[in-house]
Design a protein around this ligand. Structure first.
Ligand SMILES: [Zn+2]
Length: 173
């Protein structure tokens, strides 16, 4: 397993609509392993393939967040929200591509998602709580959408400027 480099906003690859995974093969399984490793290392609770420059519809997550909780790694290939609740919840969201920036985002409280697992089999599950927020946040990444796109323009621009500054500092080493 390899820890991959996480793209930092602003980056054109984070704004693109990604391609469906055509077949769940060893390359995809290797990418899933790398994405989980990268997510745990960051550390984070979710990661989408475009964040590691792979323009594919694939996400990983683990929202079992208590320190002593048993890990619950999930890999969702070609995930799709097939139902969402009318009820909505607000969470303070962050993103590994927008380090150290958090903002409240409102989303459906519950969603039902269908995806392919690592055996290429269709799975369907209902998510609530933090899992629901996380899965919607990650699926947004596959459509080139970031959580800051839900914020007012002024707040979004402020965060983007901070990230541009961070990237300049990182480039300088
Ligand atoms: Zn994110």
């Amino acid at each position: 397993m390899t820890i991959r480099n996480i793209l930092i906003h602003p980056d054109p690859r984070l704004k693109k609509v990604t391609d469906p995974v055509a077949s769940v093969d060893d390359n995809i399984r290797r990418l899933a392993d790398d994405m989980l490793e990268t997510m745990y290392d960051a550390p984070g609770i979710g990661l989408a393939a475009p964040q590691v420059a792979q323009m594919l519809r694939m996400i990983v997550m683990d929202c079992a967040k208590e320190d002593d909780a048993t890990p619950e790694p999930m890999v969702l290939i070609n995930p799709q929200v097939v139902w969402s609740s009318d009820a909505r919840s607000v969470y303070d969201e962050g993103c590994l591509s927008i380090p150290d920036q958090y903002a409240e985002v409102e989303r459906p409280t519950e969603v039902e998602v269908e995806w392919l697992n690592l055996d290429g089999k269709t799975q369907r599950e209902k998510f609530d709580g933090l899992w629901a927020t996380c899965v919607q946040h990650e699926i947004d990444h596959l459509d080139g959408k970031l959580f800051i796109d839900y914020l007012k323009p002024l707040k979004r621009q402020m965060i983007t400027r901070k990230m541009q500054k961070l990237k300049r500092e990182m480039a300088r080493g």
